[in-house]
Design a protein around this ligand. Structure first.
Ligand SMILES: [Zn+2]
Length: 386
């Protein structure tokens, strides 16, 4: 076989592997879709879901609805790296923009672009397979480069919150404002709920256990299969964080973006969710010391030489505040936003805010009402209704 043909047959083999497996039971909904290996060096989710597949087959339990498992970055998984050319979990907002990779010619296109097209195709296939009114539940399985307890990441919509709240782990809200172009945002924009599960450190054996526990509970909570009380208790216990990390909601207070992971060095010893004080030395970027600009908890400190997110700092959000915001989101107040000073209407669901005029609380007000807030430039915010 010529080189080109070999490449082609390899590609078509990968395409077949894109939907790793699927199972359907009686009845219509719900449809669970599990993404594994979006980052090629994070095998825990894949191992866990395959164990579950075997157990379902062994016990022959009757299922309601369906489960699909979609493989992420297949080439990166083969090589055991996070990605080859570009991060597969940062490119999902580039379609139909000027940065869309399809404008590049073949050789310059990152390998991940091809992967993303196949994943997109698989998502469409799955959705088309089912009736419009059926309930879809998407989840994306990850692990972190630092030591960590399990946690959930979600874009802050009420549907996502309700789904995430059924798990006894810390929940990080509104991550889409800091980390753009994720697969979860893409799914949310299609109108479906989606949460990300982070199981712990990449190669920690517990990460596989926790991924398995999360997936069983997801399957149970969405009524695809029934677990017995004992198993529910066992899985919930194996997910729980240590007592120093309450399983409440958190929001991002600070995000350290870096240009070159090779030049970034996190100071050793930080574990995800560790409490830190303002001015604590955290990392070196191009040799320069970076101190914590605010109090809070360190989040996703980067201990690998790939990626653009050095670390984040998060803080607990009170349940009361969340309750108020859920109430307000369904209210009529949206109509009056345009009358705030410095606010102008961009479209039916978005506003532009001039910060030179609207100085106080603007971000908080828009957050409270469920908007996604993006910095357009130094003195302009864009707020989209989620
Ligand atoms: Zn990941």
């Amino acid at each position: 076989m010529s080189n080109q043909n070999q490449q082609k047959s390899k590609n078509s083999e990968r395409k077949k592997k894109r939907i790793r497996w699927s199972k359907s039971g009686n009845g219509k909904g719900p449809v669970i879709v599990v993404f594994v290996g979006i980052h090629g060096n994070e095998p825990a989710g894949l191992k866990a879901i395959d164990v579950i597949s075997e157990k379902i087959d062994e016990t022959g339990q009757k299922m309601e609805g369906s489960i699909y498992v979609v493989s992420g970055n297949i080439r990166a998984m083969e090589e055991g790296v996070r990605y080859l050319d570009t991060d597969l979990n940062r490119l999902w907002e580039l379609y139909n923009t000027q940065k869309d990779f399809s404008a590049l010619n073949g050789e310059k296109r990152p390998s991940e672009f091809g992967e993303s097209l196949q994943i997109k195709h698989a998502i469409e296939e799955i959705i088309n397979e089912h009736d419009e009114g059926e309930e879809f539940i998407f989840t994306d399985m990850h692990t972190t480069s630092s030591r960590s307890c399990a946690f959930i990441m979600l874009n802050d919509t009420i549907e996502n919150r309700e789904l995430a709240r059924t798990f006894p782990v810390p929940q990080i809200l509104g991550i889409e404002e800091n980390i753009h172009g994720t697969l979860l945002s893409y799914i949310n924009n299609l109108g479906h709920k989606a949460i990300g599960f982070e199981a712990g450190a990449h190669l920690d054996r517990l990460s596989v256990k926790r991924s398995e526990a999360f997936l069983w509970l997801l399957i149970h909570n969405s009524r695809v299969l029934k677990l017995n009380e004992q198993d529910i208790e066992k899985y919930e216990k194996s997910l729980q964080a240590h007592p120093g990390v309450p399983d409440t909601y958190y929001e991002v207070k600070y995000h350290q973006v870096i240009q070159d992971a090779e030049k970034f060095e996190m100071i050793e010893g930080f574990e995800n969710f560790d409490q830190i004080e303002k001015d604590t030395p955290l990392a070196y970027d191009h040799g320069e010391l970076i101190r914590a600009p605010v109090n809070g908890r360190i989040f996703m400190p980067l201990y690998q030489k790939r990626g653009r997110d050095g670390f984040l700092i998060i803080k607990e959000v009170s349940e009361f505040w969340l309750y108020v915001s859920a109430y307000l989101r369904r209210s009529f107040l949206h109509r009056y936003l345009k009358y705030l000073p410095g606010v102008s209407v961009l479209s039916k669901h978005s506003f532009e805010v001039d910060l030179r005029i609207a100085r106080f609380l603007v971000k908080d007000i828009f957050h409270l009402l469920g908007y996604r807030v993006i910095d357009k430039n130094e003195h302009t915010l864009i707020c989209y209704r989620r």
